[in-house]
Design a protein around this ligand. Structure first.
Ligand code: ATP
Length: 496
């Protein structure tokens, strides 16, 4: 095996571990129910994580709704009529092929074991072998030949990483939807599901929104909300969770125009990722080899996480499948009346669907920096910081009196009052200034203000910039406008 490759892989795994630890140590992401040893593949966002998540969500929401006059936002319920999931195909077809190792009793997704093997071939430069394996796998899954999928796993000598054996069960289909009972008496007819995607809440509200909003095609409906999937494999931090947040937008169009709108949304979404600070080198499109039954085109935006390329967002041309099925199952006409062409039709749909949690990890991985610097005495020191876009940073400005003495404290608190209505601020008066800067660096705070004695005479403060660590004197009178401009969401939206 190529040792250079292994070293790079080891470094990437280490970097990923550092990011996961960083997320926990600085209040971004915690394991759910940690004091009870956690709940697998369920995570909580801490004080800084929730703030970053809210801002990412806002950057998406504003890009969709404010920047497109023909897109509106809704918030539909998690619980929906059970027929919704029959119509959407989820009751019948939302399955993953799973396989258990009899010795370790661990469950795996059969397709993922094979994908991991293909990625291993790829990493060793055996691209053809990787491609052939994936093609074979897709062919077998399409034919629903689960026995052959098991045989392929055995032929490939894939073993369980825990028991190190190939003592595999049969491959079985496993439905990913969580179900529960509604009402006080449990009986089969009361079975409802926790939604596995937010999209169906949009489809069932298509007529409501179109009519009440007098929307004209083409138009879109956006929504952010929780989705639930009983994922078989769950070992990749917040990449694969059982409860996660989706940000989805369904764009309703005239049949026949899907190719041009698909291209439009691909470009829009890629631009958005660049605008929030994701590096072009870490983004790529992946064309789906196997299209879902409802789609006539589908591509993913993949992100290069330290653990490899993974799907971050899906862009799908869903034809009239969903609305058509809801028309069939609900027996209600779900059409659009085009007054000019004087015709009625079921709109086609282009969907953009992104997981907020995967986005969060992409942004965190992108922003995480470890640098070596020298202090005044020439001693090498490690500096860790998050180079987050100022509009997204949990805290935007930290304000410090140089020492905990009057009138510095009073002046610093006056500055807090000046800024707190427009910016997310943080005040701290203990520890050395260097330490206070370092504490903000790890949270990604782009600006720190220090109030010192010199500034009391000429009404100035020191403004310290996170990425360059440069410091400048700024008149207090200019602070507010300067910082609001630097931290504005407008900076992201103007790039779209
Ligand atoms: P994958 O193939 O990785 O399971 P998917 O194709 O099933 O993903 P979609 O159904 O297209 O995903 O969902 C849209 C988006 O929702 C994905 O691009 C991803 O960002 C997010 N997502 C899906 N499943 C999960 C999950 N279990 N945890 C976190 N985010 C998820």
């Amino acid at each position: 095996m190529d040792t250079k490759q292994t070293d790079t892989q080891k470094e990437a795994a280490e970097r990923f571990q550092n990011i996961v630890s960083h997320a926990k140590e600085y209040g971004f992401v915690f394991q759910s129910s940690e004091i009870y040893d956690g709940l697998q593949a369920v995570y909580d966002y801490g004080q800084n994580g929730a703030a970053l998540q809210n801002k990412l969500q806002q950057a998406w929401w504003l890009a969709m709704t404010r920047m497109h006059e023909n897109i509106v936002g809704i918030d539909s319920a998690i619980f929906m009529h059970p027929k919704v999931w029959e119509a959407s195909g989820h009751v019948e077809g939302f399955n993953d092929p799973m396989i258990d190792n009899k010795d370790s009793q661990k469950r795996y997704r059969a397709d993922m074991l094979l994908e991991e093997r293909a990625a291993h071939y790829e990493a060793q430069g055996e691209s053809e072998k990787a491609k052939a394996l994936l093609e074979k796998m897709h062919e077998l899954l399409k034919a629903e030949d689960l026995e052959a999928v098991r045989n392929l796993i055995i032929e490939e000598n894939i073993i369980c990483p825990l028991s190190k054996t190939a003592n595999w069960t049969d491959v079985r289909q496993f439905n990913l939807m969580f179900s529960t009972q509604i009402g006080s008496v449990a009986d089969a007819s009361d079975k409802i599901y926790l939604r596995p995607e937010t999209a169906q809440g949009i489809f069932v509200n298509y007529l409501n929104v179109q009519k009440t909003g007098r929307m004209k095609i083409p138009f879109g409906i956006a929504q952010v909300g929780k989705a639930f999937r009983n994922e078989v494999v769950a070992r990749q931090f917040i990449v694969r969770m059982r409860e996660f947040t989706q940000m989805e937008m369904q764009f309703f169009i005239k049949p026949g125009t899907q190719t041009e709108w698909f291209a439009y949304w691909k470009e829009q979404r890629l631009n958005w990722h660049k605008a929030i600070g994701n590096d072009t080198d870490n983004l790529r499109f992946h064309v789906h080899e196997k299209l879902a039954h409802y789609a006539d085109a589908a591509e993913d935006i993949e992100f290069h996480y330290p653990i490899g390329w993974k799907e971050l967002e899906g862009i799908h041309s869903r034809t009239d499948f969903d609305l058509g099925r809801h028309e069939e199952f609900s027996k209600k006409k779900i059409r659009y009346h085009d007054p000019q062409a004087k015709e009625n039709f079921i709109p086609y749909v282009i969907e953009t669907s992104i997981g907020l949690d995967r986005l969060f990890l992409a942004v965190l991985s992108q922003a995480y920096r470890e640098e070596e610097t020298q202090d005044d005495k020439g001693k090498v020191q490690k500096r860790t910081y998050l180079a987050l876009h100022p509009a997204l940073a949990p805290t935007q400005v930290a304000i410090f009196p140089l020492v905990k003495k009057e009138p510095l404290v009073e002046k610093a608190k006056e500055i807090c009052d000046l800024l707190k209505y427009d910016l997310d601020i943080f005040y701290e008066e203990s520890a050395s200034i260097g330490k206070r800067y370092a504490r903000q660096d790890v949270l990604g705070t782009p600006f720190c203000i220090t109030v010192d004695f010199d500034g009391l005479d000429d009404n100035t403060v020191t403004l310290r910039h996170r990425d360059s660590t440069e410091q400048e004197r700024v008149p207090i009178a200019e602070l507010k406008s300067k910082l609001i401009a630097a931290c504005a969401m407008e900076n992201i939206l103007r790039k779209l």
